[in-house]
Design a protein around this ligand. Structure first.
Ligand SMILES: Nc1nc2c(ncn2[C@@H]2O[C@H](COP(=O)(O)OP(=O)(O)OP(=O)(O)O)[C@@H](O)[C@H]2O)c(=O)[nH]1
Ligand SMILES: [Mg+2]
Length: 367
């Protein structure tokens, strides 16, 4: 039996699937009692769905995570009706839910250009408010990337993703020995003895060049973003798409898959991931597994087998490397428990981060 390995890199991926922000509408402008002038209203804060952005990019660009609408102008002799404050737009990725701090849905953004007001600006002062303006709405909101599953299976065609999903879950995906049998992501549920369920998406076959939209290309890659963690699946004996394309060892397959993710969106490479080495029932599998593990320990030494432009900038770190056979069931139970452990780890981490953020917010209110 293979000594089940655990590569002990623990890392909380910096691909974010939620983000907490402070939003405040702009304050209204003062009215002008002497002449009955009306202050401008404060600008509103909007979340606008935009292509090609991520929650992480919002955070990097606005580390304070504060979005405040422009103030309305005071009414003056020259401009009795004060000018309206500027609206503030938060450019967010498509496919998010916007919620209040305690998780109530404010709205969803599902198509490019869709917009949602999250904080209204205050009204300008008028005769009805004794010319006193009001403040804009202020609150914390959360942007949550809508996920399709807890785990996404990432692998080249024929690696055994569909078979693995069947072995793991109660799904019965279409299985065949030719490439691209999976067209849409199929979601299976992994059940545990205590009734806990974890969802796994079998994503359509990824091939070299997917980032330039070869094969299922972007259709596939956009799903990768929408899972909490990744399960790389490789055939222990390697992979060859067609007789005219080069043969790739399991190690090369791992690096090529990584590169495809990187070229599509670099952050994907920092997602928490596990590596499944499938087809361990085949002859020589043990030797090939040992070789793969050695290569994964020193990827730089072994990457010269790949074309230069296919060497990833950063190697994927796998929390576990798990030899299995989807065909015989070998290693499947252990894989199930590693999956659960890995998801738990991140959940705990996330709860901690949320608590810290709340605490910080409370403290800053007190000061
Ligand atoms: N010997 C062996 N064969 C396997 C194992 N797992 C899958 N296979 C075979 O490998 C072939 C491909 O398996 P699939 O599960 O369809 O692979 P896939 O990754 O879903 O492929 P695509 O959907 O085309 O991307 C099938 O002929 C399976 O029977 C395994 O553990 N051992
Ligand atoms: Mg399949």
């Amino acid at each position: 039996m293979v000594q089940l390995s655990r590569i002990c890199f623990r890392k909380y991926g910096n691909l974010m699937d939620n983000l907490r922000l402070y939003v405040r509408g702009g304050s209204g402008g003062m009215g002008l009692p002497r002449l009955g002038g009306q202050g401008g209203s404060g600008g509103d804060v909007w979340v606008v769905a935009t292509k090609n952005t991520t929650l992480k990019r919002i955070k990097d660009k606005y580390p304070q995570k504060r979005f405040v609408g422009g103030a309305g102008a005071n009414s003056s002799i020259r401009a009795l009706k004060g000018q309206r404050g500027k609206d503030k737009e938060i450019l967010a990725p498509v496919g998010i839910a916007v919620t209040t701090d305690d998780g109530k849905i404010i709205g969803d953004l599902n198509t490019e250009g869709e917009r949602l007001m999250v904080a209204k600006g205050g009204s300008g002062g008028t005769q009805y408010s004794a010319f006193e303006p009001s403040r804009g709405q202020a609150k914390h909101i959360r942007l949550d990337l809508k996920l399709i599953a807890d785990l996404g299976l990432v692998g080249f065609p024929n690696a055994g993703k569909s078979s693995l999903l069947t072995a793991l879950s109660n799904a019965t995906p279409q299985i065949a020995s030719y490439a691209f049998t999976t067209l849409r992501p199929e979601i299976g549920k992994v059940m545990y003895k205590d009734y806990k369920q974890i969802s796994v998406a079998d994503l359509p076959g990824l091939i070299e060049g997917a980032h330039i939209n070869k094969g299922m290309g972007h259709k596939f890659l956009k799903h990768v973003e929408r899972t909490k963690q990744l399960l790389f699946v490789v055939d222990v004996s390697g992979f060859q798409l067609a007789s005219k394309t080069p043969f790739r060892s399991a190690f090369e397959a791992v690096q090529l898959l990584t590169k495809e993710l990187e070229l599509y969106k670099e952050e994907l490479v920092s997602k928490p991931a596990l590596l499944v080495v499938n087809k361990m029932d085949l002859p020589d599998a043990e030797d090939k597994l040992a070789e793969l593990k050695e290569q994964l320990q020193n990827p730089d030494e072994f990457s010269d087998l790949l074309p230069d432009d296919m060497i990833p900038k950063n190697y994927m770190t796998f929390r576990h490397v798990l030899p299995v056979s989807a065909a015989t069931g070998f290693g499947i139970e252990h894989l199930k428990s590693c999956i659960r452990q890995s998801l738990n780890e991140d959940e705990e981490m996330e709860t901690k981060v949320i608590r810290q953020e709340r605490l910080q917010a409370l403290r800053s209110h007190l000061h």
